[in-house]
Design a protein. Structure first.
Length: 290
């Protein structure tokens, strides 16, 4: 390929074919990159983008750490951010800016530095930050201590509950609607929580097992019913009992900022067949909105 004479070439200078050395020089980075080459120059120098000691501004909170600390685990967001492959803005003082609440970033750095874990009262929020930064080793460590370890056990139990989260939402929606209709500070609703699917009565307990496992299809339909309540939880098969599920319901509502009180107000007591009545416990939930 013959390169034409450029406008700045002397008239007596011959046109030369591009040699291999010319091609190599064309891809070499000049001492002062031109604007057209500045964009492609950055990826070629990933190790030179950041100083060994890195000043950080995380949502307005300032930190200083080593570059090697941020790159401690290669499969994390921080390692990717400071790998040299991405642009990171800086603030007016030249600190690298991360648009994230910096309240718990110190706990993230302490783990990256020396493997330190946060105190128990900060485990949950630090876990959330570790999820954002994709720090797998920190997530594994936090999941193995309280309160997250207990939460894993609790969630395993709640996994047996059909439509558990949907029922929580229904409790909230019904309570909100009733309070708004009455212009009241609180609302009450009935909730059924039952562990066993079969109805029983005290004097029919000896016949319970036989009826539970040896029933015709027509007999089964006789036992099917819906208690006259707003929301019904159950049945399930686990060691955890009704009071354990009630604790879960109240805890999850409280975590959403909802004040709830509950008390047992009796049983369904609906007649089904022969001497069998529904004995599912009924609880009154009182949701206070302000």
């Amino acid at each position: 390929m013959v390169v034409g004479t450029g406008p700045g070439r002397a008239s007596g200078e011959p046109d030369d074919a591009m040699s291999s050395s010319d091609a190599e020089e064309d891809f070499q980075e000049p001492a002062t990159p031109t604007a057209s080459r500045a964009g492609r120059a950055l990826p070629l120098l990933p190790q030179r983008q950041f100083p060994e000691v890195v000043p950080l501004n995380v949502g307005g909170t300032h930190f200083t750490t080593r570059l090697s600390t941020l790159r401690r685990y290669e499969d994390t967001m921080l390692a990717a951010m400071f790998s040299g492959r991405h642009y990171i803005p800086t603030d007016a003082e030249g600190r690298y800016f991360i648009d994230r609440d910096g309240t718990y970033f110190g706990d993230i750095l302490n783990f990256l530095r020396s493997g330190d874990l946060p105190p128990r009262e900060r485990v949950r929020p630090v876990y959330k930050e570790a999820q954002y930064y994709s720090i797998g080793p920190l997530l594994d460590n936090l999941e193995d201590i309280q309160p997250l370890k207990g939460e894993k056990v609790r969630q395993a139990f709640l996994g047996l509950m059909p439509y558990y989260k949907d029922h929580l939402e229904r409790i909230i929606e019904i309570a909100k609607l009733r309070a708004m209709q009455r212009k009241a500070r609180f609302a009450k609703l009935k909730v059924c929580v039952f562990k066993e699917e079969m109805p029983i009565t005290p004097y029919e307990c000896p016949h319970f097992n036989s009826l539970r496992f040896d029933r015709s299809e027509s007999e089964t339909k006789l036992f099917e019913h819906h208690c006259e309540v707003d929301v019904s939880f159950g049945p399930w098969e686990a060691v955890a009992d009704v009071y354990d599920l009630l604790h879960c319901i109240v805890t999850d509502l409280s975590d959403r900022g909802i004040t709830v009180d509950h008390q047992c107000i009796g049983v369904c007591d609906k007649h089904l067949i022969n001497h069998y009545y529904c004995k599912r416990p009924i609880y009154e939930f009182k949701i206070t909105w302000w």
